[in-house]
Every structure is written in structure tokens, then in C-alpha cells.
Ligand binder design. Structure first.
Ligand code: PHE
Length: 449
């Protein structure tokens, strides 16, 4: 059972871990891909608006509930709800969030496995081992399961080391590396011929597209996914935060860095596509830019291999960047069910990690084998439907179940002057009424579409 509850050792430690969770395949792959399929800069503009206007307040709801209850999402929601049917609903909501976190980890591990495969292909190519390089660069069931297995092991090993020695220590090491790699790669790509056409598409908005319903829905889904919302990740990280930390500032920092990294990834990937086009690689399918897995795992590798030796090094750097981004996110997903198991049963942390991580990996294997039937379905069910719905629920819990005094007390801890702040003037009302209705409106529209 639980001894003294672990905490992040410093503000920076929390920031790097929470930002590490937020910055993931969603930023480096999802954001540029969504931008490519939604008309470029118009999507970028709407995304920024929603990240700060909708996702940040929802992130605050999770951080506040987490630090207030100091528990996993299942116990946390029950703890703040008065006994009775409401409490049972709270427990069910918590369990649903934990299931969604686990399902996200299943498909995330599959995609991260592709990343590992391309990383190893580049590494073997540099070492001159063409046989293995070839094996890892061509998709096969064996390769996909093997590489997803490697990624799964990495995730389990980090989480089993605990909040401080595992999650915090590894995020602190990996996130700075990720930032340096993405800056270096972006600088390199921007100087290649053709890059400027991509930059223009990325930065000059076509305002006629800004009100397209599909654009709004994609931008909201992307913002929620990118900030790891709705599934109890930020809640559990908030529960490991020290009492003297200023929640609104820390939440804002996570949101800003997450948005900046997404922006940076766009600066890298859209120009890279046009560099590819300049080299004769096709980057359109029909009228639209190629998006989805093909963009990262077809267009870019073709680009890298047409660049000679430099291309192999760039490929290694790029897939290392993606692997780091994926790992600092996957550990935060695994922490969600693991925290429940550790806090509610006598199982040890490492036992829980191996057991739950193992079951999730079996789910990944199933997704890999039944890819056509299941992959898209699981992605849609979790990210497009469940995350926004759970986002609404968590806003309602923070806004309606916790009362104003409890909220103020929690925010004041680490921010004594909170009562007079702009944050306090806006957020409590916002999280009660505005966030749930805006998320619901966008969601309903997406279901009707
Ligand atoms: N935020 C991560 C990304 O952008 C994904 C994630 C979703 C992480 C849900 C944790 C929980 O890739």
C-alpha cells in the first residue's frame, strides 16, 4: 500500500514532466498533419485560440482536482463528490478515463513502434549494416510488433522507477534534448530549396477556411489530445505537485511550451514536404496534401533517402526526436492506471507496471494484427469522442462539485494573492459555464457532421 506519497522534487521537474507528457506525437505528427489537411495557417490560428481559450482552462480543472485530492482520477472524483448516486457516477467517470488512457497508450505504442523502426533503420544504415537497415525500413507484422515491444519495455521500465526517479528524471533528461533536436532540424530544413513554399502555406492564412466546421472540430481534438486532457494524466501529475506551487502560472507555462513545440514542428514538417516536392517526390493525394501516417512514414523517409548521407543523419535525428516525444508522453499515460493499482491494491509499483504495461502491449499487438478494422476506430473513439466528453466532465467536476471556497483555497496555496488575480475573476465562471458548453457545441457539431 501507499507509504509517503511521492512528489515532483521541484517546479522545473514538474514542468518538464508535464510538458513532456503534453509534447508528443500529437505535436510533431498530429499538429503538422492536421495543419496540412485543414488549409495551413487558418488551422494554426484557430488551434492557438482554442489551446489558450479552451484547453488551458480545462487543464487547470485537472491540476486543481489532482492537487486537491492527491489521488488517482478514480479516487479523486469520488473523494470530491458527496456519497450517493453522484459518487457512483464519479467513480464510473474515473474508470472510463483510465480505460481511455490505456486505449490511447495501445495505439500510441503502435505508432511509436514505427518510429523506433525508422530510427533503427537509420542507425543501422549509418553503421553500414544494410541488411538490418532494410528490414527495419520495410513494414512487416514482425517488425511492427518487435519495435512496439521495445517501446513498451522502455515505457514500463521508466514508470516502474517511480515519479521522481523515473518520470521526472527521464523527462528532465529527454525534453531539453528534444528541444535542441527540433531547433537544429528546423534550421536545417528551412535552408533547403523549396522550403519557402511550405513556410508560406504554413504562415499565410486562407481566412475563407476559418469557419469550416471540420477545421474547428479537428483543432479542438488536437488541442485536447496535445495537452493530454480528459484521461487523468494531468490530474495525476497535479496530484504529485507540491503545495507551494502556483497552479495558474505552471499550467500556463505547460500550455505555452506545448503550443510552441507544435508550432516549431510545423515549421519543420510543412517546409520539409515542399523540399521533398522540389526533389520530385509527390506530396499531394488528389487536391490535398498527404497527411496521416503516410506523411511521416512515407514522404519524409523518401525525402531523407534522396538526400544521401546527410539524409541518413537527418533521419536519425528526426526519428530520435519523435521517439523522445513519444516516450515522455507514453510514461504519463501508463502512470494513470498504475497509480490506481498502487493506491487501491497491495500490488507494488513495479508489479503494477509490468502487469498493466503487459496487458496494454497485448492490446497493441491486437491493434497491429487487426489494423484495418481497429486502428482508426480506436483513435476516433478515444481522441475524438472520449477525450472531449471527459473534458466536459472534468470541467463540471471542478466547477460544480468543488465549491468556490475549495477552489480558491487550492489555488491560493502557492499563489497567496490569487483572489485579486485576473485568473480568479474569469476562470471559476469560465470552467462552470463557458468551457463545458463550448466543448459540447463543437462536439455535437462533429457528431452531426
Ligand atoms: N499529449 C500527447 C501528445 O501530444 C498525447 C497524450 C494524450 C498524452 C493523452 C497523455 C494522455 O502526443
Amino acid at each position: 500500500m501507499q507509504g509517503t506519497r511521492e512528489e515532483f522534487s521541484s517546479r522545473l521537474g514538474f514542468l518538464l514532466a508535464a510538458t513532456g507528457s503534453a509534447v508528443g506525437l500529437g505535436n510533431v505528427w498530429g499538429f503538422p498533419t492536421n495543419t496540412a489537411s485543414n488549409g495551413g495557417a487558418a488551422f494554426v490560428a484557430v488551434y492557438f485560440l482554442l489551446a489558450f481559450g479552451l484547453a488551458y482552462p480545462a487543464l487547470m480543472a485537472e491540476l486543481v482536482i489532482g492537487r486537491h485530492t492527491r489521488a488517482n482520477i478514480y479516487s479523486a472524483l469520488q473523494q470530491i463528490t458527496p456519497p450517493g448516486i453522484g459518487q457512483r457516477l464519479a467513480g464510473l467517470t474515473g474508470l472510463y478515463a483510465i480505460l481511455v488512457a490505456s486505449a490511447v497508450l495501445m495505439f500510441y505504442t503502435l505508432v511509436a513502434g514505427w518510429v523506433i523502426a525508422h530510427l533503427l533503420a537509420a542507425a543501422f544504415a549509418i553503421a553500414g549494416l544494410t541488411g538490418p537497415a532494410q528490414w527495419f525500413s520495410v513494414g512487416s507484422l514482425m517488425r511492427d510488433i518487435f519495435c512496439a515491444g521495445i517501446f513498451s519495455l522502455l515505457t514500463i521500465v521508466v514508470v516502474s522507477q517511480g515519479v521522481h526517479r523515473g518520470i521526472e528524471r527521464w523527462s528532465t533528461r529527454l525534453l531539453p534534448a528534444l528541444l535542441v533536436l527540433s531547433l537544429a532540424l528546423t534550421a536545417y530544413v528551412l535552408f533547403q530549396p523549396g522550403a519557402m513554399a511550405g513556410l508560406a502555406l504554413y504562415l499565410v492564412p486562407d481566412f475563407s477556411r476559418i469557419l469550416e466546421p471540420q477545421l474547428l472540430v479537428s483543432a479542438m481534438g488536437q488541442a485536447f489530445f496535445s495537452l493530454s486532457l480528459g484521461v487523468g494524466t494531468m490530474l495525476i501529475y497535479g496530484s504529485y505537485l507540491r503545495q507551494d506551487e502556483n497552479l495558474p502560472t505552471i499550467g500556463a507555462l505547460v500550455t505555452v511550451v506545448d503550443a510552441l513545440v507544435a508550432f516549431l514542428a510545423g515549421l519543420l514538417i510543412l517546409p520539409a514536404m515542399f523540399v521533398a516536392q522540389d526533389l520530385g517526390i509527390s506530396i499531394y493525394s488528389g487536391e490535398d496534401l498527404i497527411a496521416g501516417p503516410d506523411l511521416i512514414f512515407q514522404v519524409l523517409p523518401t525525402l531523407f533517402s534522396s538526400m544521401g548521407l546527410a539524409g541518413i543523419v537527418v533521419a536519425l535525428a528526426f526519428f530520435t526526436l519523435l521517439a523522445i516525444a513519444a516516450l515522455t508522453s507514453s510514461i504519463s499515460m501508463l502512470e494513470v492506471p498504475v497509480a490506481l493499482a498502487v493506491e487501491k491494491t497491495p500490488v507494488s509499483r513495479s508489479g503494477a507496471c509490468w502487469l498493466i504495461g503487459g496487458v496494454i502491449f497485448l492490446g497493441t499487438v491486437l491493434l497491429t494484427v487487426k489494423f484495418e478494422a481497429l486502428f482508426g476506430l480506436v483513435v476516433t473513439m478515444t481522441t475524438e469522442y472520449s477525450q472531449p466528453l471527459l473534458g466536459i466532465a472534468l470541467c463540471l467536476f471542478a466547477g460544480w462539485v468543488l465549491n468556490r471556497n475549495q477552489l480558491l483555497k487550492e489555488i491560493r496555496s502557492g499563489y497567496p494573492d490569487a483572489e485579486n488575480s485576473l485568473f480568479w475573476k474569469i476562470w471559476p465562471f469560465y470552467v462552470r459555464f463557458v468551457c463545458p458548453s463550448l466543448i459540447a457545441a463543437t462536439f455535437i457539431q462533429s457528431v452531426i457532421l
